[in-house]
Write a protein that binds this ligand. Sequence first.
Ligand SMILES: NC(=O)c1ccc[n+]([C@@H]2O[C@H](COP(=O)([O-])OP(=O)(O)OC[C@H]3O[C@@H](n4cnc5c(N)ncnc54)[C@H](OP(=O)(O)O)[C@@H]3O)[C@@H](O)[C@H]2O)c1
Length: 331
Amino acid sequence: VADVAVLGASGYAGAIAATLLYRHPFFELRHVTARSESGAVLEAIHPRTRVPLLLEDYDPDVQGEVDAALVCWPHRVSAPAVAALRERGVRVVDLSADFRLRDREVYEDWYGPHGAPELFGDAVYGLPELYRDGIPGSDLVANPGCYPTAALLALAPLARAGLIADVVIDAKSGVSGAGREPSPTTHFISADENMTPYKVERHRHTPEIEQELAVMGAALPITFTPHLVPLAQGELVSSYVTTSREVSDAELSDLYREAYEDERWVEVALGPPGVLEVRDTNYCRLSVHLDVRTGRVLVFAAIDNLWKGAASQAVQNLNLMFGRDEGEGLQ
Ligand SMILES: NC(=O)c1ccc[n+]([C@@H]2O[C@H](COP(=O)([O-])OP(=O)(O)OC[C@H]3O[C@@H](n4cnc5c(N)ncnc54)[C@H](OP(=O)(O)O)[C@@H]3O)[C@@H](O)[C@H]2O)c1
């Protein structure tokens, strides 16, 4: 048994992380924190969690007593808390963007000054399907962003085969992607029965997707446009790829079968996936198609942004860090 804490358990991602860890056969959930709602019981705020633990104020000397922590805070406030936990020997999965980028200048361009520069570059990028070997030995795992999770799983086989000459990534997310803090665009009145692109040309997941595509051999600028859609949870990422040479249907099927036949959480479907098929699960469900008329390859990937895009992927990473079965507590 290993003792764990969830920082930011009153948030959307943190609440699911707490739910999964509270009922996990190996991890013992010892602490959950909140800022404004500390002192309340988690399940009183989020009844679906069924976690009867008291939300505590953050105090690294209290939550730093555990073996591992999931930090479910916003970027920039996360980094100093991660540093305080690491100083106390706590192994961390950070759900924010603070440790995902490898180049500090790129981080600071998109996010501003880094809150724990001494740890910059220490983290393993926690997409288990790509970095499984590096995760067990790591004390700091940077849990990927939700859009990068779906986009990279969709594009990895093509990137590794050197087949991406250009790609347009068109993505849709439910409203929980924006977190629990109310805002005019995510207000029910604006979001319901509506659909809008947002952060056009400047969404912060752009450099993260570009970074990881480059690691796989596809170093190119991408066009990435997310849209807000009237769903609570769920994300669909559609990628339109101009290939570097002609490909056949058979080659595509082989590429995706070989990449994912042993991956328990990635389903390669024959027809396009829908978000309901992965809701409240750790699955990424995708399909790949050759558009014979244009020669473009189309890849569609669906995930639950709060699960595979955040909390359940964090638990998948934690399982790997502790040498457990990767799917423990996620079935
Ligand atoms: N939502 C998603 O789909 C998704 C997907 C992937 C990654 N993530 C990342 O996961 C993290 C959490 O996201 P979320 O959607 O769960 O956000 P959220 O619902 O807004 O929750 C954020 C949590 O952090 C706490 N918090 C906020 N500001 C804080 C501060 N300055 N100091 C201490 N605690 C603070 C909040 O406490 P209060 O409630 O008291 O303010 C809450 O517990 C973010 O880094 C986000 O980018 C989210």
